[in-house]
Unconditional design. Structure first.
Length: 169
């Protein structure tokens, strides 16, 4: 072996030891995933047009709702010639509430809306119910005060149920 071959083999050995070991699959951290969509309740204040929308931010949730309900903006304001444009005027009356309880799972019952403090429809009579006024969550139902029975009050407000029992006696 000549000097050149010797130096090349030493350099190759040094290079191999300088290479870091390949990590095992278990030691590789998972790749960061894209931010997941979050839940929003969007609708017109005072109307029964609220719906759950999954979007990364409030502005996008508002835009999705407006596009679904108004279509492309046709109000004649500047910018309405752009595709998928919804002007601030068409969506200004929208109410938007962030609902973290619904992230990953949309609400499927009226009581889900009531449980997060948003008005909905009574499951028994179809009238509006407000969680701050006359709406009560009874099991898996949203119930207005007019539809509440004594057994419901036993669940929701035992003190009021006792009053009803005394009053009926």
């Amino acid at each position: 072996m000549d000097r050149r071959a010797f130096l090349q083999s030493v350099a190759a050995a040094a290079a191999v030891t300088a290479i870091p070991p390949v990590p095992s699959i278990a030691s590789i951290p998972p790749a960061a995933s894209a931010p997941k969509n979050v839940a929003w309740a969007v609708g017109t204040w005072g109307e029964r047009d609220w719906t759950d929308i999954f979007a990364p931010d409030e502005a996008t949730a508002k835009k999705f709702w407006a596009e679904e309900n108004f279509g492309d903006c046709e109000c004649g304001k500047p910018g309405d010639d752009e595709p998928d444009y919804v002007c601030d005027g068409c969506s200004a009356d929208l109410g938007v509430s962030r609902v973290p309880e619904w992230d990953g799972a949309p609400p499927n019952k009226n009581v889900d809306w009531l449980n997060v403090g948003i008005g909905t429809i009574c499951d028994r009579c179809g009238d509006e119910v407000d969680p701050n006024c006359d709406g009560h969550a009874v099991g898996d139902q949203a119930v207005c005060s007019y539809c509440m029975e004594r057994a419901d009050w036993e669940i929701v407000d035992p003190e009021h149920a006792a009053y009803l029992r005394e009053d009926a006696a």
